[in-house]
Design a protein around this ligand. Structure first.
Ligand SMILES: Cc1cc2nc3c(=O)[nH]c(=O)nc-3n(C[C@H](O)[C@H](O)[C@H](O)COP(=O)(O)O)c2cc1C
Length: 184
């Protein structure tokens, strides 16, 4: 797949087969993240451990149920909704809390990983919901288990796996977003 095709083929996958991603593919995905443009330190934590992934999922779920944000409460009320959609792999991206570009560093690494995964025939989704389970003092226990260093904040996550036939929880056709103005 060339890069233009990969970019157009990428989509947020929200239902996964119970099939692991190979170590070889994982290594390529993580490496792709590390080639992204960056302006400072960032940490990639790969969560293989099924029990830890479930606890992150469940804590995010609980935070969504009790959220002040209506969109999150509405989303989590959908039958069968799980914030990590049963994906077999969770990659967390964190950066120094006080650094000015931690969010950009993590997002660029995440997009590189997502495109690499797409090129390998894998489904993926950029997720911020793990922040509900890992950020803040009350979540420090889980953040430590997930390898997020002291002084770092979770910026985003990437879930990866083999897409199930039905892309549950994704509605409507994908469209190009943003607006463009070309100034001559
Ligand atoms: C900052 C950001 C946060 C996102 N967080 C989530 C999330 O927590 N859960 C989720 O299912 N999708 C999340 N997404 C994915 C978007 O919903 C998705 O990219 C958008 O609907 C466009 O769909 P597409 O990726 O299939 O083109 C996030 C995307 C961005 C850019």
């Amino acid at each position: 797949m060339d890069i233009s095709e990969t970019i157009r083929k990428r989509k947020s996958v929200r239902a996964y087969l119970d099939k692991p991603v190979s170590e070889e593919d994982l290594a390529k995905i993580v490496e792709a993240g590390r080639w992204a443009p960056n302006a400072g330190a960032f940490q990639i934590s790969v969560i293989h451990n099924v029990g830890l992934r479930k606890r992150i999922n469940d804590r995010a779920h609980d935070a969504m149920v009790h959220s002040k944000i209506e969109f999150l409460r509405q989303r989590v009320s959908l039958p069968g909704y799980e914030p990590l959609y049963g994906a077999p792999m969770l990659i967390l991206l964190s950066g120094p809390t006080e650094a000015p570009h931690s969010t950009a560093n993590a997002a660029l690494a995440a997009e590189n990983m997502i495109l690499e995964a797409t090129g390998l025939g894998l489904g993926s989704c950029y997720v911020v919901s793990p922040a509900l389970a890992l950020n803040g003092e009350k979540n420090r226990d889980l953040a430590q288990e997930a390898g997020i260093p002291d002084g770092y904040t979770l910026q985003c996550g990437v879930i990866v796996g083999y897409a199930a036939a039905e892309n549950k929880f994704s509605v409507g056709e994908r469209t190009m977003k943003g607006s463009v103005d070309i100034i001559d």
